[in-house]
Design a protein around this ligand. Structure first.
Ligand code: FAD
Length: 418
């Protein structure tokens, strides 16, 4: 029996043959042009633990896979034998409306979770683009907060417990189900943003939010980044009922999208004040729909070169004006967070563009990473998408070695090739 067939048989023993994909089925889980030998769909945490024991014993490289909306993020994996599709682990395990907490399996889609919580007038602070696909585990593992971060906080603020499967198959917990419960190191915070390199998240417990009683969406169009950013800052400074803001531009005009939420009175007043403010800054009401989510957070997005800059909100307009000169085809910014995504079409001189974009970030005291670099798929070792290793890289490497000494989980995807 060949190696692939032996692996398939061993996996089928654990999961049943219908939960093991090979050939074209496994090819659908390719990352940066690299397809795994097999993909599995565990239905219980115990099955997943057994898969990891097998992978660990055989030294197989494993990539967890949620909704697949952000698999292009990170360096290409150094090795890739097995994809673990988490989407069959999708139950709500506990929801305590009176305590505003819930515990869910990591493969549940955020949209599904949100609609279940909405029945109790509650929601979770995760708001990824493409919520019907993005999963809880994938969203926590990437930890990219978006336009609502300032109002709702970062996932690290409201994820209070986790259950994970370690690289060798052991199942452990971090945190718990009450709001203030961590004695010792808060390992939840370490797993959030670890991109599947330390452990596979199988459960998460969240502090929830009440759904606002009223909400509204506004859109304003501005001729340039300065007045758009000024409007956003002023909206925020006034303490209006703003839950999120995004700035999108494609072809010259800057569109500021403002989400409002709160009591009906607060939303109506904020709506009036926001419109007056935008008009005073030279803006005009626009009927635009947000296009940035689909543009930046889908498998299609990874076919483009996208750079993510992080700058102080007060320097955002300056950075946007400098980026314009580099000719991106799409720019999206979150004014209260200071994130900018800038995208160039396939065929752009990637190395030059990335260097110039990162120089823009540095010039305003910010930082930058490559969010997606499609040419990596060709296998060329072009850049570390995270940039030069940070001063803490050696310490991070030791963390990785403590959790995953055999280098089984997502090898190479993190900062400094961890
Ligand atoms: C412009 C932009 C705005 C965003 N705004 C927001 C926002 O407002 N709020 C928000 O919450 N998110 C936001 N995100 C984050 C983004 O949408 C998430 O990264 C996405 O939800 C990933 O979910 P997924 O299930 O598709 O993950 P996948 O694409 O399947 O996986 C992503 C990564 O996580 C790893 N992974 C997947 N599942 C697990 C698991 N169970 N355990 C360990 N590792 C795992 C994968 O190996 C991979 O490295 C934003 C992203 C972008 C680009």
């Amino acid at each position: 029996m060949g190696l692939a067939a032996a692996l398939e048989a061993a996996l089928a023993d654990i999961l049943g043959p219908e939960a093991v994909l090979t050939g074209e089925g496994a090819a659908a889980y390719a990352v940066a042009g690299l397809a795994p030998t097999a993909a599995v769909r565990p239905a219980t945490v115990e099955q997943l633990a057994a898969v990891m024991r097998l992978a660990h014993a055989r030294g197989l490289a494993v990539l967890p896979w949620g909704g697949g909306t952000m698999m292009g993020l990170g360096n290409p994996p150094r090795r890739y034998d097995l994809a673990v599709d988490m989407r069959h682990l999708d139950r709500v395990l506990e929801h305590e409306p009176a305590d505003l907490t819930c515990t869910v399996e990591a493969g549940i889609a955020i949209g599904d979770l949100r609609s279940r919580l909405a029945a109790a007038g509650q929601t979770v602070g995760l708001d990824p683009p493409w919520p019907e696909r993005a999963t809880v585990g994938g969203t926590l593992a990437t930890a990219i907060a978006g336009p609502r971060r300032y109002a709702w906080g970062h996932p690290r603020d409201f994820t209070i417990g986790m259950r994970v499967v370690l690289a060798d198959g052991r199942i452990t917990r971090a945190g718990g189900k009450v709001v203030k419960n961590v004695a010792g190191y808060d390992l939840c915070k370490l797993y959030i943003g670890s991109l599947g390199t330390l452990a596979i998240i199988v459960e998460a417990t969240f502090k929830l939010l009440p759904l606002p009683r009223a909400s509204a969406g506004l859109a304003f169009s501005f001729p340039g980044p300065g007045p758009a950013c000024q409007t956003a800052r002023e909206l925020w400074r006034r303490g209006l009922a703003v839950t999120g803001m995004a700035l999108q531009t494609q072809g010259g005009q800057y569109e500021l999208l403002v989400d409002l939420g709160g009591s009906p009175g607060a939303v109506a007043r904020s709506q009036r004040e926001a419109t007056e403010l935008a008009v005073a800054q030279g803006g005009r009401e626009a009927g635009s729909e947000p296009f940035w989510q689909e543009a930046l957070a889908s498998p299609v997005a990874s076919r483009h070169l996208t750079v993510r800059l992080t700058v102080l909100p007060s320097r955002l307009a300056e950075a946007l004006a400098s980026l314009e000169a580099l000719g991106p085809t799409l720019v999206v910014a979150f004014p209260t967070v200071g994130h900018i995504y800038a995208r160039w079409p396939e065929g752009a001189d990637a190395r030059a563009v990335v260097g110039q974009a990162l120089a823009v970030a540095r010039a305003v005291g910010g930082t930058g990473v490559v969010h997606s670099w499609p040419w990596l798929a060709a296998g060329a070792p072009l850049v570390d998408v995270w940039g030069p290793p940070p001063p803490s890289a050696a310490l991070m490497r030791r963390v990785k070695e403590a959790w995953d000494p055999a280098g089984v989980l997502a090898p190479g995807r993190m900062v400094a090739g961890i």
